[in-house]
Structure formats: C-alpha cells, structure tokens
Design a protein around this ligand. Structure first.
Ligand code: GZL
Length: 312
C-alpha cells in the first residue's frame, strides 16, 4: 500500500555509504567555515562518507583535488569553484569517469552539461538588494560609495557588483568612487578600507562602504574606527552573508544592513544526488537559495543567537 510505497521511495533516496569528494575553496570567511561545518553535518546525517579537500583559495589545488577524487573513484564530487573560469578540462574528466559534479555557492562559465546542478544564491539579486537599501537610506543626499569586491574573477564578485550598480543606476546622487578587491577576508577588507580612507583625506567624503561579504565589512569597520570615524553613522556599512558578527555590529549601530546567504548548500545538493541515483531524476540546473535583507529593525541580537553555533 501507500506506506510501503513511501518507505521504498524513502529507502531509494538513502545515500548512506556513498563516497562524496568535496573540493572546498578554503576558510577565507566566517561564512565559508559555516558552509564546511554544515556540509559535514548534512553528510553525517545521511551516512555519506565525505572526503574533504581545502584548496587555500587556489584553483590549481581544487583541480588537483578533483583529479584525486576521480582516481579514488568517488560516487560524486561537490565543488565550490573559487573562480568562474578554467574548469572545462577537469570537469570533462569527471564526466568521462561518469562521476556527477554538483557546484556549491559559486557559478562557472562552462557548458552546463559538465555539472548535474549548481546550488547557489542569486548573487545579482544580493547586490541589488544591498544597493536598494542604500538608495532608500540616503534619499537625495550626495553619497560617495567605496566598494570592497570579493575574490577577483569569482562569480559572487562579478554578480554582486552588477546587482549593486543596477540598483543605484538612475540615482545620480550615489556614486561608486573607489572599488578594489578585499578577497572576501577581514584582513584585506581592513587594509583596503584603510587605503580608501587615506586617499580621501581621512574619509571625509565617504558616505558608505559596500562590501561583497560581511567579513570584509567587519575589517572595514575596524579601519573606520581607527580613523576616528563612527561606522554605521559617519560611514554607512552594507554587506552580504548575515554571519553572526555582522549582527553584533548592527546591534551596536556599527553596521547597517546585510543580505542573508544560507550556509546550507549541501542539503539540496545531497537531495538532488539522492533523486538522481534513485531513478535518474535530472534536477533543476540551478537550485537558487533565498536572499533576505536584515537591518537594525530585525532583532539583530536574536539573529546573532540563532546563528552563533552554526560553525561560523
Ligand atoms: C557566495 C560565496 C562567498 C561568500 C563569502 O556564494 O561564494 O564566498 O559570500 C565567501 O563569504 O568567501
């Protein structure tokens, strides 16, 4: 009857014992650390044997890891691609070996048949939401924005820049006056913000900083304080990821807004693989996760509590 049909369907989705290789970028940000921790938890919950490889943000290390997984004969490969180009050859080798590849949290420029699905946010939307918040916050005031870009050549850096620029287009009072990569890290974010402040005579005409992730925003906040200015008021701070530390800053009035990025890309990835292995179900090519704006009005202390134990 229905019960047996359901249980056999559930059993068919059982992927325990599968060996899955995960080529992770590194641990450049709190968000990335949380993604790794959640991926391990999701694998554990499904009885998956996860083989983890940290690339220290180098593409050649990811390519080596993928070749290692192919040689090992893993059942599937998860890849969080540090940059968007240069993947065709190694993914063709995985395809040749009939090992399905699932992309996590970043996209690539390659034929879509080289991967089963990509689980990621709409990064252009993230940038647009951040830009729309700033448009709303500044009204008709003149506002010079400095931008801390993510890793050069990564899909989030490209897309978040595009989305933000779309949002501020047509608002001539808002101008991006400086833009440089902080490589998604706190230390680089602080360093680049220091340079932005120096080059504008201590930041006197900087109205806002847009950081492609919260970690660079946290670094920028420190630089703004070191320059004797008040982050969140003298210089508005808007970024993306919704990590616990940005909620601490928002609660303290030192940051203004963040756009949430779930660290759980692996859950949908494992579910897509389970269905694919069960009966050949082809998943959507892109499984898009939610993007939600949080500001001081959204219980930042509570949001901190909800996230503080997720491995950021
Ligand atoms: C975005 C993801 C980004 C995060 C950063 O999907 O690739 O990489 O926003 C991380 O924190 O470094």
């Amino acid at each position: 009857g229905l019960a047996t049909a359901l249980s056999s369907a559930v059993l068919a989705q059982d992927i325990s014992g599968k060996v899955i290789g995960f080529s992770q970028i590194g641990s450049e940000s709190g968000w990335r650390a949380a993604e790794t921790s959640v991926t391990r938890q999701e694998a554990e919950a499904r009885g998956v044997d996860l083989k983890f490889a940290d690339a220290q943000q180098k593409q050649e290390n990811q390519i080596k890891a993928i070749r290692g997984f192919i040689a090992q004969g893993v059942d599937a490969i998860l890849l969080a691609p540090v940059v968007a180009t240069g993947w065709e050859d190694v993914l063709a080798e995985a395809q040749e070996a009939e090992i399905p590849v699932v992309l996590l949290d970043r996209g690539i420029e390659a034929p879509e048949d080289l991967y089963l699905t990509a689980v990621m946010s709409d990064q252009v939307l993230e940038g647009r939401v951040a830009g729309e918040w700033l448009v709303e916050a500044v009204g008709d005031e003149e506002c010079n924005v400095v931008e801390l870009q993510g890793t050069v050549g990564s899909s989030p850096a490209i897309n978040r820049k595009q989305g933000f620029e779309e949002a501020i287009a047509g608002h001539d009072n808002i101008t991006i006056t400086q833009s440089q990569t902080g490589d998604f890290t706190r230390s680089k974010g602080k360093e680049v913000m220091e340079a932005f402040l120096k080059s504008t005579n201590g930041g006197e005409d900087i109205c806002a900083v847009y950081a492609h992730n919260d970690d660079m925003a946290v670094g920028a906040i420190q630089a703004i304080k070191d320059a004797g200015l008040k982050p969140g008021t003298d210089i508005k701070v808007v970024s993306i990821d919704a990590v616990p530390d940005i909620f601490t800053a928002i609660a303290a009035g030192e940051a203004n807004a963040t756009v949430e990025l779930t660290p759980n890309m692996a859950g949908p990835a494992f579910d897509a693989l389970a269905a694919y292995w069960a009966d050949g179900t082809e998943p959507e090519k892109f499984i898009i996760t939610e993007s939600k704006l949080y500001t001081a009005e959204d219980d930042p202390e509570g949001e901190y509590e909800r996230r503080k134990d997720l491995g950021y």
